[in-house]
Design a protein around this ligand. Structure first.
Ligand SMILES: [Fe+2]
Ligand SMILES: [Fe+2]
Length: 212
């Protein structure tokens, strides 16, 4: 676990055979939010650290970009610890989660909608990441300038705790066909992302990007 930028804690697992890192992030503001639930094993492993950082404060939100084990797997583990937890996710994911036995509250969001609560001001972007390239979500926290990019800027290598400096527009232009195969959707997403100016990209895999 590492405080990778102010109040943002990165939790990681490195998988040597794949040369691949999986990250989750706790933004320890009020209310607190976790970006990606992690797998069941990861959620169980980070629980003690989450409680240590949060102290008496509950974990109020978990952002789930799309329905995949690294993003959603550990939700039941987290909800057992914090029964009032709210999952923020896209429309398709919101329909799927109950099928995986998730019984907690779900906020189904889409592009253009926001969640404003205390320190948090979350703006969402559609992201064709779901099965059959239906929309998942990306999240931008406007007060801190933190952008959670899920698989969008995915990179291989052991990048636990690593941040590089890069220009936001260059990162957005580099989004490849591998990440968003539909050319029209990719162009649309790139144009939309260029309307914001995050200070920090918290990635699901690979190194983080300090865009200041
Ligand atoms: Fe994914
Ligand atoms: Fe992922």
């Amino acid at each position: 676990m590492k405080e990778i930028t102010k109040d943002l804690y990165q939790f990681s697992v490195y998988i040597p055979p794949m040369d691949f890192t999986i990250h989750q992030y706790l933004l320890n503001c009020d209310p607190a939010i976790l970006f990606a639930a992690g797998t069941v094993q990861q959620a169980q492993a980070i629980l003690p650290d989450l409680k240590k950082i949060l102290k008496e404060k509950p974990l109020k939100y978990v952002f789930v970009s799309h329905m995949e084990s690294d993003e959603a797997g550990g939700l039941n583990v987290l909800q057992k610890e914090w029964p009032d937890l709210k999952v923020i996710c896209g429309q398709l994911c919101a329909r799927e989660l109950p099928g995986f036995g998730y019984k907690g509250e779900i906020l189904a969001e889409k592009a253009g909608q926001e969640v404003n609560d205390g320190d948090l001001s979350l703006q969402f972007f559609d992201y064709p990441s779901e099965v059959h390239l239906q929309n998942g979500l990306l999240a931008y926290e406007k007060n801190t300038g933190i952008f959670y990019s899920a698989d969008l800027f995915l990179r291989y290598g052991n990048d636990v705790g690593r941040t590089i400096q890069a220009d936001w527009k260059t990162e957005v232009d580099a989004i490849s066909e591998e990440r968003v195969p539909n050319a029209d959707e990719r162009r649309k997403l790139q144009e939309t992302l260029k309307t914001i100016k995050p200070s920090f990209a918290a990635v699901g895999h690979g190194y983080c990007v300090d865009c200041q």
